[in-house]
Design a protein around this ligand. Structure first.
Ligand code: GAR
Length: 235
């Protein structure tokens, strides 16, 4: 949504309308929790209308229920074809009049028809600095590769897995003695900062996809001197 479009969707109080989010989960939902917490702030320009899980035991369902967010379970196992599962998701999202879908540890690959239908209204968080380490076991592979900086990425979803215009990234150092678990925990902590930031930028109409890449109004120039160097320089 452009800034102008969002500005034109003003509520009775004169504030820009809040972006209606759906969050899709498969697991514990700590990123969902970060979005719930952000949406609880009065000035945050989005709210969560719907949480969908593809599994009954997704822990995030309880997080949503606790704050009275509508939840649905759409089990991929109930559908013989991926397209029928995707269509059921789409129908639920359309019925809830969703502006932006946030994949938050949603461990099903969505088909090209779904992705095209929701193009630029569908974002994902991935626990690596894309385009490095797409797919699963990202932290193990980052450790094996010996990278000194790891991180996470929020990006618009395209038909290929973990591909699409990058909205925001956060970087963390890889430290001596790291294993998969503590590197994952260090990255996850930053995911919880990054996802609400990315959603806020979109909701404020500051994110533009141009020629397959993202331009962000206002923010980019502020990052000019930011650097994470690992190992840290002397002095
Ligand atoms: C997060 O680390 C997220 O980046 C990752 O799953 C975890 C979900 O945790 N997503 C992927 O690997 C998708 N390719 P959460 O359920 O606690 O938010």
């Amino acid at each position: 949504m452009s800034k102008r479009e969002n500005d034109s969707k003003r509520g009775r109080n004169g504030r820009a309308a809040q972006l209606k989010l759906a969050v899709l989960i498969s697991g514990s939902g700590t990123n969902l929790q970060a979005l719930i917490d952000a949406c609880a702030e009065p000035d945050y320009p989005a709210r969560i209308s719907l949480v969908i899980a593809n599994k009954d035991d997704a822990g995030g369902l309880a997080r949503a229920a606790k704050v009275n967010i509508a939840t649905q379970i759409i089990r991929h196992k109930d559908f013989a074809e991926r397209e029928a599962f995707d269509q059921a998701l789409s129908d639920a999202l359309e019925a809830a009049d969703i502006d932006l879908i946030c994949l938050a540890g949603f461990m099903r690959v969505l088909g090209a028809t779904f992705v095209e239908h929701w193009k630029d209204r569908l974002i994902n968080i991935h626990p690596a600095l894309l385009p490095s380490f797409k797919g699963l076991h990202t932290h193990q592979r980052a450790l094996e590769a010996g990278v000194r900086i790891a991180g996470c990425t929020v990006h618009y979803v395209r038909a290929d897995v973990d591909v699409g215009p990058i909205i925001a990234q956060a970087a963390v150092p890889v430290l001596p003695g790291d294993n998969e678990d503590n590197l994952a925990a260090r990255v996850l902590k930053q995911e919880h900062r990054l996802y609400p930031l990315a959603v806020e930028l979109i909701a404020r109409g500051l994110v533009h996809v141009e020629n397959g890449r993202v331009r962000i109004e206002e923010a980019d120039s502020r990052a000019e001197d930011a650097a994470l160097i690992n190992p840290p320089p002397f002095g």
